[in-house]
Design a protein around this ligand. Structure first.
Ligand code: ZN
Length: 250
């Protein structure tokens, strides 16, 4: 599987336009920027919609536990906690990389014919994920967690044969949907100041703005669901009350 994350440094770009695809930016005038931003929003919305059709709701991962494991340098424990949170019931072997390997902090090897999620063949399969130890040591707990969650999201999407399984942005959005929204928000983009000036460390394939957009969309959908549930509950209470009145009157 191609490497999932690049650990890159960029000079500070205009954050308002940094995330726009080059094909969109080419020839874009300022007056068209709003249209281009809307296009990106629509893409993120469409990806989230497609993913939510297939993925369950997963509550946020307990960050205190993750933080403690990272401080204790218990990286194996972190991987286990993330795997359990995402409900991935495979035998996962971790290859700890000290040097060499791919030019990435982590990568995963998937079988060409992935068994279906939850099947006995899936549960009996062993998958190897490689993680660069120096990356974990030099990262904060949220950065370490989202790299692992991204790699494990490849297993999820491949095992359900999702049409977006080869779209790396969709893989990041899958990890967000499976409990890592807040950690993406805090860890995917960080400004670092050194003697050479300010640089930006990014993780994953979504820009900071795309992560913020995804979080906004998910929050709106969740509050919409709660509103619908509250309205339904209110309506049911009204129906029950009317039935009681009729029963007592008859
Ligand atoms: Zn990937």
């Amino acid at each position: 599987m191609p490497q999932a994350f690049s650990n890159r440094r960029f000079h500070l770009l205009n954050p308002a336009i940094e995330f726009l695809p080059s094909v969109v930016l080419r020839g874009v005038r300022h007056s068209n920027l709003h249209y281009a931003v809307e296009m990106v929003r629509n893409n993120i919305e469409a990806y989230l919609h497609q993913l939510q059709q297939a993925l369950p709701y997963v509550p946020p991962i307990p960050v205190e536990a993750l933080y403690s494991l990272h401080i204790a340098q218990d990286y194996e424990g972190m991987v286990q906690l993330i795997k359990n949170t995402m409900n991935i019931d495979v035998c996962l072997r971790v290859g700890w990389v000290n040097s060499g390997g791919r030019d990435a902090p982590a990568w995963i090897e998937l079988p060409p014919n992935m068994p279906f999620y939850g099947s006995s063949a899936f549960r009996e399969m062993t998958i190897t994920m490689f993680i660069r130890r120096s990356f974990l040591e030099q990262s904060t707990y949220d950065q370490a967690a989202i790299v692992v969650a991204h790699e494990l999201s490849h297993i999820v999407l491949d095992s359900i044969g999702h049409p977006l399984r080869r779209e790396e942005k969709a893989v990041d959005l899958t990890a967000m949907l499976l409990g890592f929204c807040a950690l993406y928000a805090s860890g995917c983009y960080r400004e670092e100041t050194s003697q050479n000036g300010t640089s930006i460390r990014t993780l994953g394939y979504l820009s900071q703005e795309e992560v913020e957009l995804a979080n906004q969309i998910l929050a709106q959908r969740q509050s919409g669901t709660k509103t619908k549930a509250a309205l339904l509950s209110h309506a049911l209470r009204g129906i029950r009350a009317r039935i009681c009145v009729r029963s007592s009157g008859s």
